[in-house]
Design a protein around this ligand. Structure first.
Ligand code: ATP
Ligand code: MG
Length: 172
């Protein structure tokens, strides 16, 4: 089962966290592997520790790519993304997880630090009983085509557009 959460509205990562919580309630385990996201902390990076080892979040990105003071060579970002995908393949094989979320992988593809083909090749190895969620704006058409379920979060209103800053517990 392949699920895609995309679109420019808020809710992609948090919907995935909701699915993870639901999975744990059914006595199964859920893992989130984060592409791009660097060391900055979000609320869920603390909450998951209370639910370990049933729910786990692994940050495998190096932060912003090519913007906001990013000084890392692109090759480093590519290496991080390749590592994240290799971790996904390894964890799929472990059969430990009922759900694996590849958070922001759609954006990683958009930034060309990993190819859609490489991601799909890995995703195709998913056992029948496992759910995989791909998140991030601008999902490539090939992801939507391969998906069993795809939802677009469409922005209707967001306080950011009134110049408001990101809010603790709401945004991070
Ligand atoms: P969330 O993590 O809240 O579910 P998301 O995963 O849908 O958001 P991302 O594109 O990953 O959205 O962006 C992450 C951050 O940007 C979050 O702090 C989120 O609140 C904020 N955000 C999401 N959508 C918008 C938007 N349309 N305008 C401004 N900020 C946004
Ligand atoms: Mg997100």
């Amino acid at each position: 089962m392949l699920i895609v959460f995309t679109g420019n509205g808020k809710g992609k990562t948090t919907a995935s966290l909701g699915q993870m919580l639901r999975t744990v309630g059914r006595g199964k385990r859920a893992l989130m592997i984060q592409f791009i996201k660097g060391p900055w902390k979000s609320g869920e990076d603390e909450s998951y520790k209370r639910l370990m080892p049933d729910l786990e979040i692994r940050k495998m990105g190096l932060g912003f790519v090519g913007i906001l003071g990013d000084t890392l060579p692109r090759a480093k970002h590519k290496e991080a993304a390749a590592n994240a995908l290799a971790t996904f393949e390894k964890e799929l094989k472990s059969k430990k997880w009922a759900l694996i979320v590849l958070d922001e992988v759609n954006v990683a593809v958009g930034l060309k630090i990993i190819s859609a083909t490489a991601v799909l090749k890995a995703v195709k190895k998913t056992p029948l009983e496992t759910f995989v969620i791909l998140t991030g704006r601008d999902a490539p058409a090939s992801f939507i085509k391969a998906a069993d379920l795809a939802t677009e979060m469409r922005e209707i209103k967001h306080p950011f557009n009134k110049g408001e800053l990101a809010k603790v517990a709401l945004d991070f």
